[in-house]
Design a protein around this ligand. Structure first.
Ligand SMILES: [Fe+2]
Length: 602
């Protein structure tokens, strides 16, 4: 693609001598995964947070791989560091009340978007309740028309069982994975669903209680054990969950379901049967892989270990976003002892900025530049591409990283004012564009905007300390706040991932789950919206028309569910260009709101 800038800036060619290695994160590439023919990094979502990559890796090696003596001294040091961090937070809170000192606080968020949120939100509790599986395919009732050229399976993943016996899960992410399949063939649609036969699901079912701890739920000791055994079980290390409820991923043509731990399961995309369990850690030195890998046209897959949140991938670079969300491993390792879940070891640390790490995809080298922005949290990247020696990175961003707390089941199941309050507590997610100039060196002038691209207002300014401070451009027009922000972004992935593009699609969040579908034109900032009262659409999946030439020539598939009794769930098919409904396939089955999915052509 030709360079778009007026004043040409020399590009930083991937793999060239001008991209010196080794000055970034030590050992970074060692945690990238391999699959297919090329070296492949990895990424991770967790509906979906970030853990400081460096922090996690150091803590793991510090706490687990050292000698015992070293280990105790490191734990002691970690405890001191934790204490100091808490003290710092406490002092910062106190300073808020001291006139004149408030402005000296480190990097507060200065561009918080505020708007009046809707009152009287509809109760969505039925969308977070246990449902029965539908193992045999049932025909859907078609309204309108489903184009005959769409042949394949829309596969979706998400939680579908929230308790065993008397014991209930605490967090939305803890629900047992229910695999859904909408099979489209020659204008007809069938639906089926099956629970993933994970160890967590099978063991919990067998005991009729929660035996395996999940992200937000700590399994209680077996009451049948002796008092001594129950006491000793508190000193056991928490085991990673194999409840792969977040997404489908494809490796070498095989289908797997994944969450954010070291485990994933191979599944049959036609029957939804659970096949073998895969332990990432037996193949690569990671303690987790994301549920959002990136794919090359040749099938090469890139994913990331040890960090939550979707990474960006342009033609030559992987962009890791280090968000100020911290996974406190000491707290997690001692979680059983303290009677806390893993979730409670995650904290938002807005006293730190967000920083971007750029890695050469072909060599694994970390570029030496340091790009920063005000603190934000991101779960999902929209797209990334290169232009004029810069990486343009589009992300869904929140100014506050405490969202996960709101998504406890007790919050999602509220009604009335209580539900409105939970919604108000969640920072809205908005699409933003960052520009990272790659060829910054000691000769680069300080204080100048280094973004040469005429089509974006994003700024990148080198500070006196050599770091580049990045200010985003909003990828939406005024008034967009009314839709409640946007999440679950998707693009015409097969044709435009890593390339300059024009359209993305997502869910509007006028509620705690998506309540509209939105198409955004990043050039004009105009957007189109699909919405129906009482309906909650899932992540929109773009399926291109065969031999399409236009970027938005295709359809959007979304599963729409409703908390209203006797209102059927349906697969919605929109014309991606006009965003008008072509048809829907209704299924009289209760379906919970899910996370992610993919379309696989026959
Ligand atoms: Fe995600």
């Amino acid at each position: 693609m030709p360079c778009s800038c007026q004043a040409r800036v020399p590009a930083c060619p991937a793999g060239s001598a001008s991209c010196p290695a080794g000055a970034g994160i030590p050992g970074f590439y060692s945690e990238m995964m391999m699959s297919g023919s090329s070296p492949q990094p990895i990424h991770r979502c967790w509906l979906h947070t970030i853990i400081l990559h460096q922090y996690l890796r150091l803590t793991i090696s510090d706490l687990m791989l050292s000698s015992k003596r070293n280990m105790f001294s490191k734990i002691f040091l970690s405890a001191i560091s934790l204490l100091l961090a808490n003290l710092q937070r406490f002092l910062c809170s106190l300073m808020q009340f001291v006139p004149g000192l408030r402005n000296s606080l480190p990097n507060p968020s200065k561009e918080q978007i505020t708007f009046r949120s809707p009152r009287g939100l509809q109760c969505i509790s039925p969308l977070m309740q246990t449902v029965e599986e539908t193992p045999q395919p049932i025909p859907a009732k078609i309204k309108g028309h489903i184009p005959k050229w769409i042949n394949g399976n829309l596969l979706r993943n998400g939680p579908g069982k929230f308790e065993f016996g008397e014991e209930k899960f605490n967090h939305w992410f803890d629900g047992m994975a229910l695999l859904h399949q909408f099979q489209l063939e020659n204008g007809t649609v069938t639906y089926r669903s099956k629970f993933l036969q994970s160890s967590s699901y099978l063991t919990n079912s067998q005991h009729n209680r929660i035996v395996a701890s999940e992200f937000g739920t700590l399994a209680m000791p077996d009451p049948c054990k002796s008092v001594f055994e129950r006491f000793m079980s508190r000193f056991e290390m928490p085991q990673p969950s194999d409840n792969a409820s977040v997404n489908y991923v494809v490796y070498k043509g095989d289908y797997y379901v994944s969450n954010e731990t070291i485990f994933m399961y191979k599944v049959d995309p036609e029957t939804l049967e659970t096949k073998e369990k895969v332990d990432w850690s037996k193949f690569v030195a990671v303690n987790g892989a994301t549920a959002h890998p990136h794919y090359e046209p040749d099938g090469t897959t890139y994913n990331m270990g040890n960090s939550y949140g979707k990474h960006g991938m342009s033609e030559n670079y992987i962009i890791f976003i280090e968000q100020p969300i911290k996974l406190n491993l000491l707290q997690i390792i001692t979680s059983k002892l303290c009677g806390k879940s893993i979730f409670e070891g995650i904290s938002w640390e807005p006293q730190y900025n967000t920083c971007f790490h750029v890695v050469n995809k072909h060599t694994g080298e970390v570029l030496p530049g340091q790009w920063y922005s005000k603190p934000f949290a991101t779960f999902h990247q929209i797209n990334a591409f290169e232009d004029c020696g810069c990486v343009v990175l589009d992300l869904c961003c929140q100014d506050d990283g405490t969202t996960l707390t709101a998504y406890k089941l007790q919050n999602l199941r509220r009604s009335g004012e209580g539900l409105d309050q939970v919604y108000d507590s969640v920072s809205r997610s908005f699409p933003r564009r960052f520009v990272l100039p790659l060829n910054v060196n000691s000769d680069t002038p300080v204080g100048m905007n280094l973004n040469p691209l005429p089509y974006t207002l994003a700024r990148a300014v080198k500070d006196a300390d050599g770091k580049v401070w990045c200010t985003h451009e909003n990828l939406y027009p005024e008034g967009f706040e009314k839709v409640g922000g946007l999440e679950f972004p998707q693009i015409n992935y097969s044709q435009y991932n890593g390339r300059r593009y024009r359209y993305f699609y997502g869910c509007g969040f006028g509620h705690l789950v998506g309540d509209s579908l939105i198409k955004v034109d990043v050039e004009t900032k105009n957007f189109k919206i699909w919405q129906e009262d009482g309906s909650f659409p899932s992540e929109p999946v773009f399926v291109p028309v065969p031999n399409a030439t236009a970027e938005d020539s295709g359809v959007i598939l979304s599963v729409v569910v409703s908390p209203t009794e006797n209102q059927s769930a349906f697969l919605l098919v929109l014309d991606a260009e006009t965003f008008r409904e072509l048809g829907r396939a209704e299924v009289a089955v209760q379906m919970p709101y899910g996370f992610h999915g993919i379309f696989t052509s026959h």
